[in-house]
Design a protein around this ligand. Sequence first.
Ligand SMILES: [Mg+2]
Length: 334
Amino acid sequence: MTALPPTVADRTEAELISTIQSHLQPPPDWVVVGIGDDAAVLEPARSRLEVLTVDALVEGVHFDRRFTPPEAIGHRALAVNLSDLAAMGAEPRCALLSMALPASLSLADFERLAAGFGQLAARHRLHLVGGNLTRTPGPMVIDVTVIGAAKRRGVLTRRGARPGDDVYVSGAIGGAAAGLRQLRSEGAGTTLTGPAERYLRPEPRVRLGTLLGRNRAASSCMDLSDGLADGAQQIARQSGVGMIIEAADIPIDAAARARFTADGDDPVLAAVTGGDDYELIFTVRPRLRGRLRTVGRQADTTITRIGVCTPGSAVVLRHGGQDAPMPRGYGHFR
Ligand SMILES: [Mg+2]
């Protein structure tokens, strides 16, 4: 009989926590009490507001362990939260990590998950200051809370767009949706091409978001967790404007475009309704284009103008010479 590999059920909570800690950078001075006590204690950042957000990844809903490597689960659990901070113009500071783990999870996979989380945290100088570990008879749940900091005047929201503002998007969209299609059809043996990587390891636009906040170029901003169609409609609704989005100007990932076309789908519709890209959509007053150019020079991604805000409330996709209502984005409940 071969011995089964050890699982998380073979270790104490303290041992699992020290496994996580081995993948973290040493805490900075402002973490007065970190991991290991009843609660974390932090020194607030001077003259900054705190920006808080939480997001959970649930196995079977947000990821499929059959084709998502453990490092990618750890990476994505943090990335989706960093993306929300970026959308608010906030710099990442610290995180709390709460995990519900099936007893069958191997220690090796647990360690890889911690490594994926730790590597992304280190890159954005985000410090894990506490959390919780519990066993679950159900699917794995990775719940991450992050706290960021922003100057009062640098906070970005979904509410500031006005008619006449230009609409921009970062990077390219559709990659993650195409990657998910590929992973679903090819399974664990998938060759990790660009789109599959985009789905598994989204790169949150932290630098772009903080630059837009700091130089106050953007009048509104949000991240594209549920697709460009959803993002455009959220900003329009919350700002009380309409929008015209030019399909021909939307930057669509080239490999994704090929995949959608090969599948017999309209690449624009597939890209705008596909989720998980974690790019930023934002609006800019035309007179602040100069500020945006400064941001564009310093950001680590491209920025593309895709449309304009209009009076009224209609969000229109101008596609192949025709105006149509923007399709619905991805929704979790309906
Ligand atoms: Mg968001």
